[in-house]
Structure formats: structure tokens, C-alpha cells
Ligand binder design. Structure first.
Ligand code: NAP
Ligand code: GFB
Length: 324
């Protein structure tokens, strides 16, 4: 199918998840650019671990651009339980998507790495040049190596075919439509869900159980802020090399700070207990957003407490449909 010049058909894999839903919402608020047609996929449209199904969905839509979000995703504890699945499933998905994109002539793919894939033993702050400088933290080596291979894919497609496929490296993301499952999800949705449940039974003295010591440090990016940056990368960023999308080093908080922010947003009055029998995971993965700042010096992130409040409000108001 020959598209008119200047038209873009952007297909978003993983479009039904936390980040995909944020991109959809930002587009609803800001409107797509002239000539842009957007398609959001979920696994119901194609199991991207299957090459034939992947090829079929690319043939069906014949996108000119792809935002590739689809992945097996989870928090620290799910990663610790399933490193092999994270490795295999994400390797299948990433190889199928990039090959199918090349075969239908996709002009640009923006894939997704993560700041948790960087070397565990490293200097700080971490930057984009350090991805392969040593083994990742043991807790999520399967996911980390699978994600690092996207960068290898991109360099190989550029070398052989001149494809300008690139990737972004978000830090920990949170927001509406997150996975609030307590065992498998990330820390903020897990704490929001646990606090909400404890609040429902606070008369019986139910406490909020925060896992680990609360000492580890994280940079959190609100999904709507990440979505806006994704649109900028799709439309304006031309490098094959990846770019970190994160709040600054100065916005790094401890897990305890994060728990306190959730308690405050939900006005929880019960006891907060730290279960130090549970793993802390990586102590820190402080990332530099200097490269992003070079491009977008004036970009402003939503204040952390405001983003937490909005996410808590969304969860409470959408409890019945939230993934939990
Ligand atoms: P998410 O909420 O778990 O959504 C995952 C998406 O991938 C869903 O749309 C899901 O479809 C789709 N998917 C999973 N397996 C699939 C398969 N076999 N075939 C087709 N689609 C499949 O994840 P997210 O948090 O939005 O993450 C989006 C991207 O950001 C991922 O690449 C992730 O690695 C990256 N990232 C996330 C974080 C974070 O803190 N969340 C941090 C850094 C990077 P269904 O809805 O049908 O299951
Ligand atoms: O978001 P999270 O699960 O993953 O955060 P990572 C884990 C940290 O939060 C640990 C503490 O220090 C936990 O002890 N924590 C406290 C909790 N309470 C909870 C809770 O209720 N749930 C969870 N999950 N943690 C992930 C990587 O690392 O980062 C993934 O494993 C992914 O691959 C993600 O890339 C972005 O930030 O430690």
C-alpha cells in the first residue's frame, strides 16, 4: 500500500499497557499531528513472540513508524522468580518486531530499554554510553540482557540496511493503567494497592507492609511525562544511539520517600512496617538526563507528589478495572 507523502502510520506495540495508555491519553489531549494515523496494539492483535503473527499484523497495518513497547514486564520480585522467561520472551518479541518492521519498510522504530539494565558495578551517574560495560544486577539479568540486545539489533540494522531504528531508556515509570498486582508489579503500584487495602481494614489495625529496608534509591518518571517525551523522540530525535528519559539525579528518592508519598496521597493513618526479610534489589541506578537536557533544556516534569496523587486517585476511582 503506497501512502501519500507526508503521512505517518504509527503502530504502537504494547499499546494497552502503562506507557501505551499514557501515549494514547496525551494524543487525545494534544491531538495527533497532521497526517499522523495511530494504531495501538495489545497481545490480542498478535502474540509478538510468534514470528508469523508478528509478520501478519505488520502486513495488515503496514506502519511507517513503530513505537515498540510490548514486553514481558515486572517488578523486582517477578524478575527474581522468572529470569529465564524474561530473557526468552523478550528476545522473541524484540527480534520478531524489528525483523517484521524491516521487512515492511518501517522508516523508524523507537524501542524501549530501561535504566535497570545498566551495569550493577558502575560509576555514577550512569549515561547512555555505559549500557554494555559490565553485568547487570543479578535480580533481573534475564530482562536486562534481552533489553540490551535491542541496542545490538539497532546497530546491526543500521550497519546492514541503514535503518535508523533507535531506543529510549526510561527510568522507573508509574501512573494510571499501571500493573497494580502486588506480587508481580513495580514498587509504586504495589504500595498504592497495599495502602488502599490496609486503609479498608485499618480498624483491625492492618499495617502497610513496605518490602525491604526502604533505603534503595530510585528516579521515578510519571507515565504522562514519558509519553510526551516519546512523541518528541518519534518526531524529532534522529540518532540510532539510545537516549535516557528520566528525571534528574536531584529528583532521586528513597523507597521510604516513595512510601511516605503514597501514605500522604491516600491519607493512610495506620502503621507502616518495613519487612527487611524481603530483598532490596539494586541499591541505586542513578541515571543522567544530560543528553535529554541538551535537546530539551526547558522540559518540565510533573512534580512527584502531584503525579503520585493523580495515580492514587486514578486507582481508587478505577479499582474495578485496574490490573491487580
Ligand atoms: P505493561 O503495562 O506491562 O504493558 C505491556 C504491554 O506489552 C501490554 O500492552 C501487553 O499486551 C504487551 N505484551 C506483552 N506481551 C506481549 C506479547 N507476547 N505479544 C504482544 N503484546 C504483548 O508494560 P509497560 O510498563 O507499559 O512497559 C512498556 C515498555 O516500557 C516495556 O518495553 C518496558 O520494558 C519498558 N519500561 C517499563 C518501565 C516501568 O517501570 N514500567 C521502566 C522502564 C522501561 P496485553 O495488555 O494484551 O497483555
Ligand atoms: O519497582 P521495583 O519492584 O523494581 O522496586 P526495581 C523494588 C524496590 O522497592 C525494592 C522495594 O527495594 C523493594 O524492596 N519495595 C517495597 C517494593 N515495597 C514494595 C512492593 O510492594 N513491591 C515492589 N515491587 N517493591 C525493576 C527491574 O527494578 O525496575 C525491572 O527489576 C524493571 O526489570 C523495573 O526494569 C523498572 O526498580 O528494583
Amino acid at each position: 500500500m503506497q501512502r501519500e507523502t507526508g503521512t505517518m502510520c504509527i503502530m504502537v506495540t504494547g499499546g494497552s499497557g502503562l506507557v501505551g495508555k499514557a501515549i494514547e491519553r496525551v494524543l487525545q489531549e494534544e491531538g495527533p499531528k497532521t497526517g499522523e494515523k495511530w494504531i495501538f496494539l495489545s497481545s490480542k492483535d498478535a502474540n509478538l513472540m510468534n514470528l508469523e503473527e508478528t509478520r501478519a499484523v505488520f502486513q495488515k497495518h503496514r506502519p511507517t513508524h513503530v513505537i515498540h513497547l510490548a514486553a514481558m514486564v515486572g517488578g523486582l520480585f517477578k524478575n527474581m522468580r522468572q529470569n529465564l522467561d524474561f530473557w526468552r520472551n523478550n528476545m522473541y518479541i524484540n527480534d520478531n518486531v524489528l525483523q517484521a518492521a524491516h521487512e515492511v519498510g518501517v522508516v523508524k522504530v523507537v524501542s524501549c530499554l530501561s535504566t535497570c539494565i545498566f551495569p550493577d558495578k558502575t560509576t555514577y551517574p550512569i549515561d547512555e554510553t555505559m549500557i554494555h560495560n559490565g553485568p547487570p544486577h543479578d535480580s533481573n539479568f534475564g530482562y536486562a540482557y534481552a533489553k540490551r540486545m535491542i541496542d545490538v539489533h539497532n546497530r546491526a540494522y543500521f550497519e546492514k540496511y541503514g535503518r535508523r531504528y533507535t531506543a529510549v531508556i526510561p527510568t522507573n515509570v508509574f501512573g494510571p493503567h499501571d500493573n497494580f498486582n502486588i506480587e508481580d508489579g513495580h514498587v509504586l503500584p504495589g504500595l498504592i494497592h497495599k495502602t488502599y487495602k490496609a486503609q479498608m481494614c485499618v480498624e483491625e489495625g492492618t499495617s502497610l507492609q513496605v518490602w525491604g529496608s526502604g533505603r534503595p534509591l530510585r528516579q521515578f518518571i510519571y507515565s504522562l511525562d514519558l509519553a510526551r517525551l516519546f512523541l518528541w523522540v518519534l518526531r524529532e530525535y534522529d540518532e540510532v544511539d539510545p537516549i535516557i528519559l528520566s528525571v534528574g539525579e536531584e529528583d532521586e528518592v528513597s523507597i521510604k520517600d516513595a512510601a511516605d508519598a503514597v501514605v500522604r496521597a491516600l491519607d493512610f493513618r495506620g502503621e507502616v512496617i518495613y519487612d527487611t526479610n524481603k530483598a532490596d534489589g539494586q541499591f541505586k541506578k542513578t541515571a543522567s538526563n544530560a543528553k535529554l537536557r541538551k535537546y530539551l533544556p526547558d522540559y518540565t516534569f510533573t512534580p512527584f507528589h502531584k503525579a503520585i496523587k493523580e495515580t492514587c486517585d486514578w486507582f481508587v476511582n478505577n479499582y474495578d478495572i485496574a490490573r491487580k
